[in-house]
Write a protein that binds this ligand. Structure first.
Ligand code: PEP
Ligand code: MG
Length: 323
């Protein structure tokens, strides 16, 4: 098995019948690139930049951030890097920001909500990203988008900073894709409207599942409700992928579900374009893909959506298929 995986490191990620999907990695720091390369990652599908803020005793400067982003972009060469702007709040605290104690932190002041409210911090991050953009293939992604006006405001701030940099004579790439995470049900339901304005979606199932099922992702007492294979989740995912494709955009996934061996056949069947997971899951997934037929997976996911009413039924169906 180890030998097979070693061989797969430099091979494309294709199904038995030759359909390609992109297998990307989630990273938290530039150091993680080593694992991406040793596991044959085709892209970075999620760079969680909040660690830059959490591993520091004060706000990281524009130059510090620029160096980190540059390192990742250069380390990936031509391969794309999706950088997510900071997702502080919720379960991630930041002592020096003095975020308020809240009754429901996961429903509160976090991620893009903080960035739009304290836009000085946001602008610093965007400037660092824009400056780094000339060193590789940068894609910028906003977390926890619930409404279109939030996306438009974030994008407008990005455009303002870009214009300022260009005026100052700083080089900025002119091909940066700008997308959003789909991790709030409202955005999933309205994906057809979002798809007209964004360049891509990345489905954040870690949060999308907790918000859809109303089950805190950290609370063991309700973990039985945290159901990636619940048909309601699969329907939301299908809607998001279809909405993207209808507008000629791509849809990826960067939640844990993207590297889950039961979920992968369903997601390929639904047409997901990019799977971003912990680097250590990439070769296992590439190996699984090679054994599966894309038309069969399409049938499988259609059947799961039309016939299954519970998570258990979906799992049984996939297991039958895999056997
Ligand atoms: C997600 O919500 O699925 C996700 C990838 O983001 P995080 O786990 O960082 O909240
Ligand atoms: Mg999330």
């Amino acid at each position: 098995l180890k030998q097979e995986w070693d061989r797969l490191k430099d091979e494309p990620s294709v199904t038995k019948d030759g359909k390609h999907v992109e297998l990307a990695a989630n990273i938290g720091t530039p150091k993680d690139l080593e694992g991406v390369n040793s596991n044959g990652g085709e892209a970075v599908g999620l760079y969680r930049t909040e660690f830059l803020y959490m591993d520091s005793s004060e706000l990281p400067s524009e130059d510090d951030q620029y160096e980190a982003y540059k390192k990742v972009l250069e380390g990936m060469g031509e391969r794309p890097v999706v950088v997510r702007t900071m997702d502080i709040g919720g379960d991630k605290e930041l002592p020096y920001l003095e975020l308020p104690k809240e009754m429901n932190p996961f429903l509160g002041y976090r991620a893009i909500r903080v960035s739009l409210d304290q836009d000085g911090i946001f602008r610093t991050q965007l400037r660092a990203l824009l400056r780094a953009s000339v060193h590789g293939t940068l894609r910028i992604m906003f977390p926890m988008i619930a409404t279109l006006p939030e996306f438009r405001e974030a994008k407008a701030i990005l455009e303002e900073e870009k214009a300022k940099l260009i005026e100052e004579g700083t080089a900025v790439s002119d091909s940066i894709q700008v997308g959003i995470m789909i991790e709030i049900p409202a955005a999933a339901v309205l994906a057809d409207q979002f798809a007209k304005e964004v360049d891509f979606f990345s489905i954040g199932t870690n949060d999308l599942i907790q918000y859809t099922m109303a089950a805190d992702r950290m609370n063991e007492r309700v973990s039985y409700l945290y159901q990636p294979y619940n048909p309601s989740i699969l329907r939301l995912i299908k809607g998001v992928i279809d909405a993207a494709h209808n507008e000629g955009k791509w849809a990826g996934m960067c939640g844990e579900m993207a590297g889950d061996q039961i979920a992968v056949p369903l997601l390929v069947g639904l047409g997901l374009d990019e799977f971003s997971m912990s680097a250590t899951s990439i070769l296992k997934t590439r190996s699984l893909l090679k054994t599966l037929d894309s038309n069969k997976m399409k049938e499988l996911s259609a059947k799961a959506l039309s016939e299954c009413s519970t998570s258990e039924e979906v799992v049984d169906l996939v297991n039958q298929y895999l056997a």
